[in-house]
Design a protein around this ligand. Structure first.
Ligand SMILES: Cc1cc2nc3c(=O)[nH]c(=O)nc-3n(C[C@H](O)[C@H](O)[C@H](O)COP(=O)(O)O)c2cc1C
Length: 493
């Protein structure tokens, strides 16, 4: 299967949805928490210090101050502000309570797992760990110096994000692989920005030999390696000297997530098509993104002093937005766009593949209409005028939130250019980039007193037609909405 076959097959259109007979099998819902049982579990100190640097500054690339004096506090802080449980919801009719995390996830199904290698941290044993968000603890899967040739041994902390596609496919079936990739993009930025807020630099690698990584980390077969993120910087508390220690493997037994894992052959096929083998060598450079201009210059971005730590943990997806008259300012929109499209530090991100299109509903000083955002010149080009609320909601599978927002977005990906440079692996990269932009939209909106929601469900080809995209001019990969959230009665903390 090629990326194109998978992508075409998983497009939504009104008639394909009418034909859908899928009923959720609640008794077989996959457990959103993976445990590797039978290994030592290390506590991460509770209530780590709050990263105080304003979130908008962190999104602009400003580094926060180091506040952790030893490894456990550093790791606790990093994970508490990127991957931990941050709230819960209770269904009033049944009393059923479920957890929400700092990183968002389509359907709150959380296919992404966080593993990390630690080397030379102060008061923390070297080894390979798996993060257990349900208890904010680290499962020690191996101890000592591990020879992982797929990562740079000079980085003291290296994260490996894996995905468990079945968790997502349980609800979204074949289209789920797209959402797994988006979720990795969100997790990447959740971690990279938390790292930045506590003074670390990060670099993400998408180009690695998949099977070698999976085997060297002894991953359970339902976990697929997706992204490696290396962290460096003087704020990481290190031991004075690093002595080579013998490797001891505990491994652990991965918990079973459902009684019956349903296999989706198309997901396996697209995953196989995007894998790299042992001799994958270095990553190639992609051609440059199109350059263009618009008639409207963005104003100076609005500012906000809300601390990164507070913003990261308060971020929530809005259920819906308050329609009516309340608008956002053009300066706020400018801040959101600047944050969303700032530099990304990754081997596949030197050339960007996503262009943002905006459906503007209520932004002061900007007429309702559809605009194309030219990132290089920070300009908007109007491509349609008039009220877009009905169309924006309709294109997002009839979800009202895309029309009730102040502005909503289509992310259009130049998949062809990505694939020319990276082969089918490029299909992963455009979705990682979309998820990363989405995460930045969430945090920027929250910092400015607004809220956002990622929207993975849209009528693909109808979006292309509405935006007048010629064939080969790009594919819609993600939608987003930003505005004033309606209160969510299910939210508990
Ligand atoms: C890739 C992705 C796609 C999503 N698609 C939708 C969507 O189509 N409609 C919607 O209401 N929410 C959507 N969401 C929001 C999730 O439902 C939300 O993140 C999840 O319930 C967890 O809530 P939280 O974001 O408040 O942590 C999406 C989120 C992600 C990351």
């Amino acid at each position: 299967m090629t990326w194109r076959e998978y992508h075409e097959f998983t497009k939504h259109n009104p008639s394909s949805l009418r034909r859908t007979l899928h009923v959720l099998d609640w008794a077989n819902m996959p457990d959103p928490f993976r445990h590797y049982d039978g290994v030592p579990v290390l506590d991460l100190p509770a209530d780590p210090p709050v990263p105080e640097t304003p979130a908008l500054e962190v999104l602009r690339g400003v580094s926060g101050a180091a506040t952790a004096a030893e490894g456990p506090t550093f790791l606790s802080q990093l994970l508490f502000y990127s991957a931990a449980i941050s709230a819960s919801k209770r269904v009033p009719s049944t009393g059923y309570r479920y957890a929400l995390r700092v990183n968002p996830s389509s359907g709150n199904l959380h296919p992404t797992e966080f593993h990390f290698l630690a080397r030379g941290l102060k008061d923390w044993p070297d080894g390979l760990y798996h993060y257990r968000p349900s208890a904010h603890m680290a499962e020690q899967r191996a101890l000592g110096n591990l020879d992982m040739r797929w990562t740079d041994s000079s980085a003291p902390v290296v994260f490996l994000f894996t995905t468990i596609a079945w968790r997502e496919a349980w609800k979204y079936r074949d289209r789920a692989y797209r959402y797994c990739l988006h979720d990795i993009g969100h997790a990447w930025q959740a971690l990279a920005l938390a790292g930045r807020a506590i003074g670390c630099d990060s670099f993400a690698r998408g180009h690695f030999p998949d099977d070698e990584v999976a085997q060297s980390c002894r991953l359970h077969e339902d976990e697929w390696p997706m992204l490696v993120v290396e962290l460096r910087g003087p704020s990481i508390p290190m031991r004075a000297s690093c002595t080579a220690a013998e490797t001891v493997w505990y491994g652990g037994h991965a918990n079973r997530l459902s009684t019956d894992d349903v296999v989706y052959p198309r997901i396996h096929a697209i995953h196989t098509a995007t894998k790299l083998g042992d001799g994958c060598g270095g990553i190639s450079a992609a051609g440059p993104a199109a350059i263009g201009s618009g008639e409207i210059k963005l104003p100076l971005p609005a500012s906000s002093t809300r601390a990164f730590g507070e913003v990261a943990r308060m971020r929530r997806s809005a259920l819906d937005f308050v329609g009516g008259a309340q608008s956002m300012s053009f300066a706020q929109l400018s801040a959101v766009l600047a944050a969303a499209t700032a530099l990304l530090s990754a081997d596949f991100a030197a050339s960007r593949f996503i262009q943002l299109y905006l459906y503007v509903h209520r932004v002061d000083g900007l007429q309702p209409g559809v605009y194309r955002f030219w990132q290089g010149s920070a300009e908007l080009e109007q491509i349609r005028s008039g009220d877009q609320r009905v169309q924006a909601a309709g294109l997002s599978l009839g979800q009202d939130l895309a029309g009730n927002a102040c502005a909503s977005f289509s992310m259009i990906a130049d998949i062809e250019r990505a694939v020319r440079a990276h082969g089918d692996r490029g299909y992963r990269y455009v979705h990682f980039e979309a998820g990363a932009i989405g995460h930045r939209l969430y945090l920027a909106a929250e910092a400015l007193g607004l809220a956002a929601t990622g929207i993975g469900a849209f009528y693909d080809d109808e979006v292309h037609d509405y935006l007048n995209l010629a064939s080969g001019q790009g594919q819609v990969v993600y939608h987003f909405a930003i505005g004033y959230p309606v209160p969510d009665p299910r939210l508990e903390a």
